[in-house]
Ligand binder design. Sequence first.
Ligand code: MG
Length: 391
Amino acid sequence: MAKIKDIRTTIYKWTGKIVPPAQNFCTNPTDLLRESGDKMKSFRFHKWLVCEVISDDGTVGLGNAALAPEVTKTAIDCYLKNLVIGEDPFDYDYLWEKMYRSTMAWGRKGIGMIGISAIDLGIWDLMGKLKKEPVFKLLGGRTKEKIPVYASKLYSQPLKDLQIEADKYLKEGFKMFKMRFGWGPKDGTEGIKKNIALVNAVREVIGDENDLMLEAYMGWNLEYSKKIIPELVKFKPKWLEEPVIPDDISGYAELNALGDIPIAGGEHEFSVLGFKHLLDLKAISYIQYDSNRVGGITAGHKINLLAEKYNVPVIPHAGQMHNYHLTMAGNNCPFSEYFPVHQVEIGNELFYYLFKGEPEPKNGFINLDDNIPGLGISLNEKYKSDFKTLD
Ligand code: MG
């Protein structure tokens, strides 16, 4: 029987080059404040937490958490790690419940669940390595020959530059594209016009035959969303993502019930019951949990099975291996998000610099290797000097 001997948490802070923030780059929740200061501050993050789950034979499972790494590290070090040390990693479901129920009074959603996620990802990577099987194989196996991915970037910028970027992805073979809005409720009718011009510019380049997704990143409210949706319908978007804040579930349900544009969300929702609530209310048409927040692969897999019964597809937030394995093993996961590799800007690109092993898309598809055990990632030595580690 394998035993978890230790859990090691390390924060990696990017000290390399950063693309400077641009004005109206992407809507976000602080846009609605009286004075939001640096509008992009809460949106950008340049640190990442690595959580190593170490077994008694020395095998290391790699988990990670992107959000608020200092606080997540404290939650793991002070509360969660001692709940799993000495236990068998193959008792993953029991360990998940143990962590969840032991932190119920303050955990549940947010930091507590992000900490559980980081450990759970490490446990799954460890199980794969010990069994010499890829994680998707442990989850039930391959459901598709390869995974279609959508190019997810196209932040708000001058229209000409936006079209050049869209054209680049089109030429690389992508058939699905996601773009961001730059303006919200405080920007009035002028802002609506600017948002529409962005969508029009991308649609012009990608044509009608390709899929276009629209992302508001929690930067709007219900009233604004209801005002702009009729203007967006003519562009036939596949979905509108996070138009309102994640706690405004009735707002989600109201927008989805309009039936004009399917509503997508969930990258800021937590645990299986969080998604059951959204599904019961028909609040979303596409589920987008991220397994390094939602409760790891254990929770992600259960949400996949639950959503299948509700006929709501799951397209996890972000590419990244922890999500790709769930997509590969999920009958109800038709495709994946893919963040094009880019100089460090927002922070989600850090994944590529911190880890190696991420699959590269070819003609709009990625694939996972049947012969690489675990999640298939390792710490990337190449950019080691661009990170400062904080233990
Ligand atoms: Mg999103």
